[in-house]
Write a new protein. Sequence first.
Length: 149
Amino acid sequence: MGKLRIDTLDASSPALLESCTTLIVNAFADPVRYSAERVGHELRSNDKVFYRQFFIAVQDGEIRAVGGAKAADWAAKTHLLYLSAVAPESRGQGIGRALIKARIEWLEKNFPSGRIIVSTSHCKRFRSLGFVDIRKGTVDGRHLMLRRF
């Protein structure tokens, strides 16, 4: 396998948008909540105040993972990590972790301080990256976690 590269998503590329949409829709397998139309809208959205920035993990010329960061509340300096998906054949290789780290680094570079929130079933991974549980218990099997910077 070739070297993994994390890039920002070029939302002006129809081919990249289609590949990322397909990866996310297939990973979540929930056509009501994660329809191709809804995911495509998220990937293309360009709101100046409530930014959305997506990243792709590319290896051997293929998109292996995609994940986003977006503003939850500009006044409270709160950011969300969301729509993270790794292709099934690429799981367990550290690609998801690399994508998380790239998004955290981007947030810390572009904002002087703030909070990052994520809803996840992978608590151990996020704890190792400085996240803490916001509350005890889960909602739909997912933990809400926070990291301050």
